[in-house]
Every structure is written in structure tokens, then in C-alpha cells.
Design a protein around this ligand. Structure first.
Ligand code: SRM
Ligand code: SF4
Length: 519
């Protein structure tokens, strides 16, 4: 998008690079990049602009790229999953995939020379990776049980897809929205349990009745970052559950993009998320600017929303609103998949369901439409040994960001460490309640530590005069109804001291009891 330059504002480094050449421009060069090889690609194109196509250069594994897709509302199916499995399979040990904290899929080990062919394959099953990184709108999240949950208020799948199509020009790439001041998160809730973490999205739609009509109240400005974490605040707007939602997203994104320069959002990247514009203007001015762009009066918010339940994790077997069918949520330890398990997921979805697969923000997946009479055989399938429906208590709610294995921001390794610790504590303690432990490798908080009952954020700690891997401890995150962010409790705990510390915490604050046979 062409934005009017205010000459008094000093652009930050990224803004300068974007002004020189839009990120999306690499779309026309990708065939050439694939031919010349990644070492010959211009540094800014390689490390920055390729992210507009979802291609992430990984300094930790040079030459082996991460490809971030878009899966609005977490909707996948067996055909998509098979194509994704084929892509990672060709990379052997290097190939894997992650279910992300935005209900999305990232592929690993990908080679730049294969990208044109990969994009062609993805297109055949309706997947795009465009505009999934850097200053773009991230995956649109929605309830993972949309359309199958008996208590559902609004099925958000179609709206989620329409928003994505508006932003990406149906996957072709859309220069209108490739130059936001910063990343941008949109979430649509259709159920009652705030499955999408409305509180940490730049724009969140939550179900609400106005004059007897079901639509959405709109929250704005939520985000997590190293410098500041802000809970989304009411925009004092209600919209009907129709194309107005798409139009409102367009209007908000346009206001955010066009006012980025005059309001200084393009000078300091730490102060460039939507909340900073709302801070500068106040909610009333923000609302009226959006209203102008929307082109017609916006209704004031409904008095109450319909978020009335605690957040579910969807693991286990649940009846669907369609009589005779169940959906089954399988637990994927810290979201990590490999080709073999992905092929199996696709097979199970075809054999037992209708081919659909849903991803969750807890980094797990759901297979819907399993006939009641086939449940028993389904539950005996070998994949359920690896991805169980009844994981042990801490494993069940474990979330982790990528960590140092692939992410160069990481201060610590997260996924393996998180799994090991949860398994050990589960084997040593009787834990009577759900305890949600979130790990994140650095203060960017991709693993949403502020949402956890216990949040562990990677840092460097001191032990015996040496610098060691450590964590800052967060506690008190509440999700679902009345969600609120957890806060920092203790800084710089060496990872090697973490187990006894967590054990004590679980016993004293979460009612855990040591199992008799363990120390
Ligand atoms: Fe994130 C940057 C991974 C969800 C806040 N995030 C990154 C990068 C791209 C950094 C990089 O280039 O290495 C990470 C890629 C590592 C890799 O190889 O996987 C990364 N973020 C992730 C994922 C994969 C974590 C996961 O394991 O699930 C999630 C991908 C979501 C998706 O499908 O698009 C992911 N990141 C989040 C979330 C959670 C959410 O959206 O609910 C947040 C906090 C919420 C938010 O954004 O407000 C988050 N990521 C960040 C930030 C801090 C943003 C800021 O305003 O400062 C960064 C750093 C940045 O953008 O400068 C970041
Ligand atoms: Fe990387 Fe930090 Fe995000 Fe983890 S929180 S994925 S370490 S940027």
C-alpha cells in the first residue's frame, strides 16, 4: 500500500527496506532464487522479504528453511495433510512440521530450490503461505470445533476464510496489506469458551446478542511482546455475523496502515502494534476513524458478550451436534509432527471421518465426524499411542514455542526440555487439576507464557558464577471467560533448578501430592 510519507519521521531500518522494495515483490523473483540458490540471494531478500511468502531463513540451520502456511480457523483435511507430509518426507531427518500457537502449520527442512514446486503443490489443495510473516496479518484463528460443536453460537469458518481472502487477494498476494507497521493478529470466536485467546489479539470478535440478533462485540489492541503486553480492550462496536466483519477488518487494517507514518508507528518497532495507535488517539477517535473508513455508522457494543465458559482443550471424545458422530481431540506433544504421523493423520481422517482435520491453538488436532459405532476401533489405532486422548496431566496442557533448535531469538531450548520435565513431574506427582504450563524461548512470548497457569520464559541465569540457561517464572494467566494475563513472579531461575522448584509449586499451589513410589 502506498502511504503518505511524513518527512519529519525517521523510518526504522525495516521501514527503509520496505520503502525500497515491498516484501511481496519477491513473489516475482522466487523462480530465479530457486535457480541461483539461497547463498546468492540478496541478504535483505533472504532474511526479510522472503517472509512475505512465508519462507523463513533460519540462521540456526542455514539452507534449511521454515515455511509458515495459512490455515484459517485451523481447518485442514486429509488431502492437504498428505501434500504437507510429502513435502517434509523428502527432507528425511530434516523434515518435520509444527502445529503452532495460532492453529497453523509450519514446515521444516525446506530447500529454496524446491519452493516453486512446493507452492504449485500447495495451490492444488488450496493452501497459501503468502503474507504469513513479518509486517502482515497472521493466521486467522477461530474455534476448532466450528460447525460441529453442539453449543456453538456462530460458525466462523466462512468468515475466517473471507477475511483471509480479502487480505491476501485469495492467496495471490495483496499489496494493499503488505506494508503494515508491524505484525497483526485477528481472531474470530464462535463458541462460548474464548478458544482463540481474544485478549491477546490485535482484533478479536466475540459473540454477543444485540436486539436479539447474534453478532460480535469487537476487542482491539491485544498483544504480547518483549517490551509490553496488553490485553485487548473493547472498541465499543458490535457487528452482525456477516460480511460486515470482513469489511470492518479491512477498515481497521487500512486505518492502522495509513496512519502508521503520521502517528510515528513506523519509527520505533517496539511501539508499532495497533495498541500504540489506540493509545495515541484514544478509543473514541480510533473508533470514529475506523467508522469513516467503514463508510457507514458502526453499532455500539452489545451490553454483554456470550463468553461464559472456561477454555476447553478439546482433547478426548465428544459428541457432535450432528447426531451419531463424535469428534476426537488427539494430543500432540508440543505440536511436533513428522511425515509418518502426518500420513497417518490423513489416513485416519479418511477412514473414520469425512477427511476433515482441525488444528488447535494448544498445538493439537481434532478428527471430526467419527461414527459412534467406529469409535472403539478408532481409539485402538496405533497413532493414538503417540498422540493420546488421555495424556498425563501436565503433558496434556503443555505448550511450547520453537526454541533454540530452530529459532535464533531463543535463549534456551524449550520443546524437548518442556516435554522431559512434564513427563518426569507427571510420573512423580498426583496432580488433581489441569495445570497449563507454557514455555517460550525468549521474551517475544510466541508460547504465550502470560496465558499459562505457569509460564516459563527463556532467559540467561547465573549459577555458581557462570551464565546458564534459565527461565523467568510467570503465574496467574487466566484463559476463557474473564481471561487475564499472568505476571512475572521470579526472575532468572537456572533450568537445572527448575524441577524441584516446580514440584514445590505444584504441591503448594495446585494440590499435587507426591506419588508413593517416587522420591
Ligand atoms: Fe512468534 C517472531 C514463532 C506465535 C510473538 N515467532 C517469531 C519468529 C518468526 C522469529 C524468527 O524469525 O525466528 C519465530 C519463528 C521461529 C520458528 O522457526 O518457528 C516465531 N510465533 C512462532 C510460533 C511458530 C510459535 C509456536 O511454536 O507455535 C507461532 C506461529 C504462529 C503462526 O502460525 O503464525 C508464533 N508469536 C506468536 C504469538 C502467539 C499468538 O499469536 O497467539 C505471539 C504473541 C502474540 C502477539 O503477537 O501479540 C508471538 N513472534 C512474536 C513476536 C513479538 C511481537 C512483537 O510485537 O514484538 C516476534 C518478534 C517480532 O515480531 O519482532 C515473533
Ligand atoms: Fe523464537 Fe522467542 Fe518466538 Fe520462541 S518466543 S519462537 S524463541 S522468537
Amino acid at each position: 500500500m502506498t502511504v503518505a510519507l511524513d518527512p519529519t519521521i525517521k523510518l526504522n531500518k525495516i521501514e527503509k527496506a520496505k520503502a525500497q522494495k515491498d516484501g511481496l515483490a519477491v513473489k516475482d523473483e522466487i523462480e530465479n532464487f530457486a535457480k541461483i540458490g539461497w547463498e546468492a540471494v540478496d541478504k535483505t531478500d533472504l532474511e526479510m522479504r522472503l517472509k512475505w511468502l512465508g519462507i523463513f531463513y533460519r540462521p540456526v540451520t542455514p539452507g534449511k528453511f521454515m515455511l509458515r502456511l495459512r490455515t484459517p480457523n485451523g481447518e485442514l483435511n486429509s488431502a492437504k495433510m498428505r501434500v504437507l507430509a510429502e513435502i517434509v518426507q523428502r527432507y528425511g531427518e530434516d523434515g518435520s512440521a509444527d502445529i503452532t500457537t495460532r492453529q497453523n502449520i509450519q514446515l521444516r527442512g525446506v530447500r529454496l530450490e524446491d519452493i516453486p514446486e512446493i507452492f504449485r503443490k500447495l495451490e492444488t489443495v488450496g493452501i497459501t503461505a503468502v503474507q504469513s510473516g513479518m509486517d502482515n496479518v497472521r493466521n486467522i484463528t477461530g474455534s476448532p470445533v466450528a460447525g460441529i460443536d453442539a453449543d456453538e453460537l456462530i460458525d466462523t469458518r466462512e468468515l475466517g476464510k473471507k477475511i483471509e481472502d480479502m487480505i491476501t487477494n485469495s492467496g495471490e498476494g495483496n499489496y494493499a496489506f503488505t506494508n503494515l507497521p508491524r505484525k497483526f493478529n485477528i481472531a474470530l470466536e464462535g463458541g462460548r469458551d474464548n478458544s482463540i485467546h481474544a485478549e491477546i489479539n490485535d482484533v478479536a470478535f466475540v459473540p454477543a446478542y444485540k436486539n436479539g440478533e447474534l453478532g460480535f462485540n469487537v476487542l482491539v489492541g491485544g498483544y504480547l511482546s518483549a517490551q509490553r503486553c496488553a490485553e485487548a480492550i473493547p472498541m465499543d462496536v458490535w457487528v452482525a455475523a456477516n460480511d460486515d466483519v470482513v469489511e470492518l477488518c479491512r477498515a481497521i487494517l487500512t486505518v492502522y496502515t495509513e496512519n502508521g507514518l503520521s502517528e510515528g508507528l513506523r519509527a520505533n518497532r517496539q511501539k508499532a502494534r495497533l495498541m500504540w495507535l489506540i493509545d495515541q488517539w484514544g478509543t473514541e477517535k480510533f473508533r470514529s476513524e475506523v467508522e469513516k473508513e467503514f463508510g457507514q455508522p458502526l453499532a455500539r457494543a452489545a451490553a454483554a458478550d456470550e463468553i461464559t465458559e472456561d477454555k476447553k482443550d478439546y482433547i478426548g471424545v465428544y459428541p457432535q451436534k450432528q447426531a451419531g458422530y463424535h469428534y476426537v481431540g488427539l494430543h500432540v506433544p508440543v505440536g511436533r509432527l513428522d511425515a509418518e504421523t502426518m500420513f497417518e493423520m490423513a489416513r485416519l481422517a479418511d477412514v473414520y471421518g469425512n477427511g476433515e482435520i482441525r488444528a488447535t491453538v494448544e498445538q493439537n488436532f481434532i478428527i471430526p465426524y467419527i461414527k459412534t459405532e467406529n469409535l472403539e476401533t478408532f481409539l485402538a489405532e496405533p497413532l493414538l499411542q503417540r498422540f493420546p486422548i488421555n495424556p498425563t496431566p501436565l503433558m496434556r496442557s503443555l505448550i511450547s514455542c520453537t526454541g533454540s533448535h530452530y529459532c535464533n531469538f531463543a535463549l534456551i531450548e524449550t520443546k524437548q526440555r518442556g516435554v522431559k520435565l512434564a513427563q518426569e513431574l507427571d510420573s512423580e506427582l498426583e496432580i488433581p487439576q489441569r495445570v497449563r504450563i507454557h514455555w517460550t524461548g525468549c521474551p517475544n512470548s510466541c508460547g504465550q507464557v502470560q496465558a499459562g497457569d505457569i509460564g516459563l520464559m527463556g532467559t540467561k541465569a547465573r549459577k555458581d558464577g557462570k551464565t546458564v540457561e534459565g527461565v523467568d517464572l510467570y503465574m496467574g494467566g487466566k484463559v476463557g471467560k474473564d481471561a487475564k494475563l499472568g505476571t512475572l513472579i521470579q526472575k532468572g531461575i537456572p533450568c537445572e533448578d527448575l524441577k524441584p522448584m516446580l514440584k514445590k509449586l505444584l504441591i503448594e499451589q495446585f494440590g499435587a501430592k507426591p506419588k508413593e513410589s517416587t522420591p
